[in-house]
Ligand binder design. Structure first.
Ligand code: HGY
Ligand code: MN
Ligand code: MN
Length: 417
């Protein structure tokens, strides 16, 4: 078994979800803390200096020359969606540790720091906002809005962060830390079939679809399932059912659009009870941000119309929104120079790299997923491809950290400060 497979095998039981299958590793959960300890232990045995920043992101530093130059950063996340696969996030973190091993084995001493970052709450499964850690660091979310976010139990991010050892009043943009980053390269399992169809193990990312999440709240009249005549009902569950199909149809008739409702919560949720309220969440994605906005507007209209049809009231609230990202061309060329003839693929999946692209030169590597399925226990990476990915990441880090590579990440995106 390879070192990488061994590392992932060590956490195969962490957050395992017998009911859903796969893993449920919500941000700031016990499972999340176990994974952070796993990472910190692996970093420590490699002599990397580990720190946790004010936003909860872990940083493991390898700087054998004591350079004060801006660093080349890699890494990913460890949290998961409910019932997620074992590679979405952890593959990038484990591959980063193995890449450092490979560079050491080559007797490469990077003339500038190499860091491994582990971003918290990338999936937004706890507080609803995707990539919360990288958004906070890059100023892509107002800290006061973030601190007021609540989880399913009604706990605020401020409370959970405090319980997790963070200081809420220090949470927020970290321009000094961003200035210390020359480039960020995230390795991630491909969450589609692109590499399967190309029969290649590794790709360079070209772009990320813009994507957002909206919460729909429908209020009706709760009542008894047996004593309430059909004509006397104002049933939010029926309104929701109508909305969900119409949202699907809207996306179907819009080329390149994706719309998903994967989470629905009736109140009170009794088998013999007409719900009083139903909440569900819409995930909408499209390459063109203007079309995403138009889709959201049309979805809002159909939600309000369907609610009226059922004598209910509805509210649509934006929870998270990320623009389409085209990755830095200079960096992509540098990765091509290091890897030679690697395919380039866009993705419909969001990543911390997509958020950080607004602040620092950013790139991604994808590793083949034979099932092409993700956010599911069926997500898979073969050991040989995982090793290939880690070796590619080592080549990329060596290329970018070597003297003379500055041109690849010389310019910095104009960051909204
Ligand atoms: O939702 C996404 O696209 C990512 O997996 N967070
Ligand atoms: Mn994911
Ligand atoms: Mn991910």
């Amino acid at each position: 078994m390879s070192a990488l497979a061994g590392m992932l095998g060590e956490i195969a039981g962490v957050g395992a979800d017998a009911a859903r299958g796969g893993f449920s590793r919500a941000g700031y959960s016990h499972a999340d803390r176990e994974l952070r300890e796993w990472f910190t232990a692996h970093a420590a045995v490699r002599g990397l200096d580990v720190e946790r920043d004010a936003n909860g992101t872990l940083w493991a530093w390898w700087n054998p020359t004591g350079s004060t130059e801006p660093a080349i950063i890699t890494g990913s996340h460890l949290d998961s969606v409910p019932g997620g696969g074992g590679y979405d996030g952890p593959l990038g973190v484990a591959s980063a540790l193995v890449a450092v091993d490979l560079l050491r084995a080559r007797s490469f001493a990077p003339p500038r720091p190499i860091g491994i970052a582990v971003f918290p709450e990338e999936e937004g499964s706890r507080f609803g906002v995707a990539c919360l850690g990288s958004r906070l660091m890059s100023g892509a979310i107002d800290p006061s809005r973030a601190l007021a976010l609540t989880d399913r139990e009604g706990d605020t991010f401020a409370d959970i962060a405090r319980r997790d050892g963070l200081e809420p009043d220090r949470i927020g943009p970290d321009p000094r830390r961003l200035d210390a980053v020359a480039a960020f390269v995230e390795l991630h399992v491909e969450q589609g079939r692109g590499l399967v169809d190309l029969d290649r193990p590794v790709a360079i990312a070209s772009s990320i679809l813009g994507h957002g999440r909206w919460r729909v709240t429908i209020d009706g009249q709760g009542n008894h399932a047996g004593t309430t005549l059909m004509d006397d009902r104002r049933d939010p569950m029926v309104a929701a059912a109508r909305m969900i199909v119409e949202i699907r149809d809207l996306a179907r008739r819009t080329p390149d659009a994706r719309a998903t409702v994967g989470r629905i919560e009736p109140v009170p949720g009794g088998t013999n009870v007409i719900a009083s309220q139903v909440r569900f969440w819409i995930d909408i994605r499209h390459p063109d941000d203007l079309i995403t906005a138009a889709l959201v507007s049309e979805a809002r209209d159909l939600v309000l119309a369907a609610a009226r049809e059922e004598g209910c009231r509805a509210d649509v609230r934006e929870e998270s929104l990320s623009p389409t990202v085209d990755f830095d061309l200079g960096l992509r060329d540098a990765l091509q120079a290091s890897l030679g003839d690697v395919p380039e693929l866009g993705t419909g999946a969001g990543h911390d790299a997509g958020v950080l692209a607004s602040a620092v030169p950013t790139a991604m590597l994808f590793v083949r997923n034979p099932t092409g399925i993700s956010h599911s226990p069926e997500e898979l990476v073969e050991d040989t491809d995982a090793e290939h990915g880690a070796a590619a990441l080592a080549d990329v880090l060596q290329g970018l950290a070597s003297a003379g590579a500055e041109a690849a990440f010389g310019h910095r995106p104009m960051m909204a400060r």
